[in-house]
Design a protein around this ligand. Structure first.
Ligand code: URP
Ligand code: ZN
Length: 463
């Protein structure tokens, strides 16, 4: 079994920071101590750097069909870009075709990833309908297949949206089998009406994507989802929370002791509704759901991250090329929703969060790795640096300066929403299960080395 020694770094976990060497054997952390001098196949000098647990991105859409299109990154290109950004585990969304069994959908999505993924991966399962068969399959996926979280959409009518009855049945089912329900919380019905009215008035530009999905549509759906989770006695995880009004409902639920968790994403921290008004048609690059919000929302989200009301920063990585986006040139509602971000999450959060003094380094680890591992049933194999844990490690250079650009980023998409932004802090060396896969900007990994992760019940579930 190959061995490795990471020397002279400052180890940062969600709970501690200390100087130590790490000895790795068989892909696991075998020893943590000072002045370790064992022989090793690979020796990495981490002097002047931090050593943090590999990032875990629990919200990605790789190789995802979207009508006639498919998201631009597949499991090889997407996980490779993730690794370049310091992320060593992703949890993607398996989405059944209408009428398809969940087990068949899992098989489809596992085949998309097998032989392709360069880092470890798991799946949430999206639900389109919630009948008796679905409930039985949820139990089976949770018990036997390591798929322990299920996503429901309260948006996208006619495509993915479920009604309140189906949502409630899924919450009850998730509680019974010990799974975690995830919710995309936007009121799809209200949005549909607003979109039709806007288009009828000739309001076709990208900014109308945001104006037809006002914060109230997200806040209402978030409150409804929380209320129904409470009635079902289920826990709840709110994906891509974007605004202060929705956060207030999560905060209030948590204050009442309800097991409600929420994530936000870098785009809601660093981009704003003003980006839709960029000259020309650049605004289409920022069409995603929920849409970008106001500066005051960004500030509320930062407070939520610092104070604990938001537990996770994920990406909702769902890239489409500019040609794909141009399909909505005359009608914002035809612009495919989503943006690239799998590679830039950690560096943006370090620069705008830690360097800006909004969160400390341990909170950075908590938000990008430890909490995702605990909530989604990967802890303590992932999410920390401890004897017995996978050696998914990032030697993090806290000062490295990078100019984010489509020219140098690795995602398979022809634009970056952060083009030209200069950030400090980034991965120098990235290890996945003890193997160096990125070494100072050089790619060392290989497709297919990533392993499917069977997850256990996460800490979010009250059972
Ligand atoms: O705009 C987005 N977020 N696209 C990806 C699908 C989703 O809603 O998560
Ligand atoms: Zn999503």
């Amino acid at each position: 079994m190959p061995t490795a020694l990471v020397r002279n770094g400052r180890v940062v976990t969600a709970s501690e920071s200390y100087d130590a060497d790490l000895y790795i054997d068989g892909g696991k952390i075998a020893l943590v101590g000072r002045g370790l001098s064992l022989p090793a196949d690979t020796v990495i000098d981490a002097s002047g750097a931090l050593v943090v647990p590999g990032g875990i991105d629990v919200h990605t859409h790789l190789d995802m069909p979207a009508g006639e299109l498919t998201s631009a990154d597949d499991f090889e290109t997407g996980t490779r870009a993730a690794a370049f950004g310091g992320t060593t585990t992703v949890i993607d969304f398996a989405t059944p075709e209408p009428g398809q069994s969940l087990l068949a959908a899992l098989d489809t999505w596992r085949r998309k990833a097998e032989g392709q993924a360069v880092v470890d991966y798991g799946f949430h399962m999206a639900l389109r309908e919630v009948g008796e068969t679905t409930l039985a399959e949820m139990a089976r996926l949770t018990r036997d297949e390591g798929v322990t979280s299920f996503k429901l959409y309260l948006a996208y009518p006619g495509v993915l949206q479920v009604d309140d009855a189906a949502f409630f049945r899924a919450l009850l089912g998730a509680r019974e089998c010990g799974a975690l329900p995830l919710v995309h919380a936007e009121n799809g019905g209200v949005i549909d009406v607003l979109v039709k009215r806007a288009l009828a008035r000739g309001e076709t530009a990208p900014r109308h994507h945001a104006l037809t999905r006002p914060p109230e549509t997200e806040a209402e759906a978030t409150a409804r989802a929380i209320a129904m989770a409470g009635m079902a006695g289920a826990s709840l995880y709110v994906v891509h929370l974007s605004c202060a009004a929705a956060l207030a409902h999560v905060t209030s639920a948590r204050d009442r002791g309800l097991p409600v968790h929420a994530e936000t994403c870098p785009q809601y921290l660093f981009l704003s509704i003003a980006d839709y008004d960029r000259p020309g048609f650049d605004g289409e690059q920022y069409v995603m759901s929920p849409p970008l919000r106001e500066a005051a929302d960004q500030e509320a989200l930062w407070r939520g991250l610092a104070g604990g009301d938001l537990q996770v920063v994920a990406t909702d990585h769902c890239p489409f090329t500019l040609a794909d986006k141009a399909r909505g040139r005359d009608d914002f509602s035809k612009i495919p929703n989503g943006a690239p971000g799998i590679e830039t999450r950690m560096t943006l959060l370090w620069d705008g969060g830690v360097r800006a003094g909004r969160i400390d380094a341990q909170r950075f680890v908590e938000l990008t790795s430890a909490a995702p591992a605990r909530i989604f049933g990967l802890w303590p194999r992932k999410g920390t640096i401890a004897v017995g844990s996978d050696a998914d490690l990032v030697v993090w250079d806290p000062e490295r300066e990078t100019r984010l650009s489509v020219e140098t980023l690795h995602m398979r998409v022809d634009y970056s929403p952060y083009e030209g932004r200069v950030v400090r802090g980034g991965p120098a060396v990235v290890m996945s299960r003890g193997e160096v896969i990125v070494d100072r900007g050089e790619w060392k990994g290989r497709p297919g080395r990533g392993q499917f992760l069977k997850r256990s019940h996460g800490a979010a579930h009250p059972a």
